[in-house]
Design a protein around this ligand. Sequence first.
Ligand code: TA6
Length: 328
Amino acid sequence: MIVCSYRQTMRLIHTILFVSVLVVYTEIVEATTTGNQSVEVTKGINGLEKVILRQTHGSSVEVYLYGAHVTSWKNEQGEELIFLSSKAIFSPPKPIRGGIPTVFPQFSNLGSLQSHGFARNRFWTIDNKPSPDTFKVTNGVSVDLLLKPTEEDLKIWPHRFEFRMRVTLTPGGDLVLTSCIRNTDDVGKPFTFTFAHHTYFSVSNISEVEVKGMAKLDYLDNLQNRTRFTETKDTITIDSEFDRIYLSTPKKVAVLDHGNKRTIFVRKDGLPDAVVWNPWETKAKTIVDLREDEYKYMIAVEAAAIEKPVTLNPGEEWKGRLELSTRR
Ligand code: TA6
């Protein structure tokens, strides 16, 4: 049996106290707070690094460096607006199911790469020295993320690029994703890509949802070999598997959730198309990282550049912007 003197006991207690203060202090060092907003770099599921942006009135955003993947966007009441599968796998190389996967440089199977490209299952870094020309001054709290191809990536897609994405939470609680992709190839090779912010919105029930902004637009139906049709309905409602690429949509479309009495406005620049997707019952059963009934609580409305792929010559850059807001 170990017998400690009073002094030894007090020394032990002091040491424990000192260490715990140290640990807490270390955590605080990773969080920067300016006025009503803060940025915190911390560990998420499976120890994967994530960044939490907060506005003191309650709204917040969480983004993983793995895939530059937004997994949460909450309003001032702390209500979650983004759907994340309860069976999402946070383990590379599996993309995270739900949230906002970044689809680049290939949408779906429109090319020889893995479906939806590789940006969503790569580790991005935090860009602490963003060049001031890349993004205009942003109103709100933000983090800049950077992706460059690895030698392995160059074997499957032999193009040098820098993909910068700024994730911003505005004082009003809006979520803004601003992307800048630059061709940094030094041997003069252009490259071409398709792109999407594959946003999964959390909804009360899919039967309560309407999507506005697609009336009279042409679309490619992914369930019919991308055959082209024209939308005849003023608003879209979903009651079966749905997978369409709407072409050249208005810059602003809306997702109405009558069950939650909530409308999310999707504003987009440089992203002319919009994909609307719900796997419905049968397809949902085939998706391993989605619980069978969860198709009822999500709708994917994806700001995209698909119909007209983007080509960049060396030195050229493309910019895209997605703004999600619950305010008109
Ligand atoms: O964006 C719609 C879509 O292309 C659907 O066809 C469906 O496959 C969905 O994306 C999910 O794709 P994923 O590769 O994440 O399983």
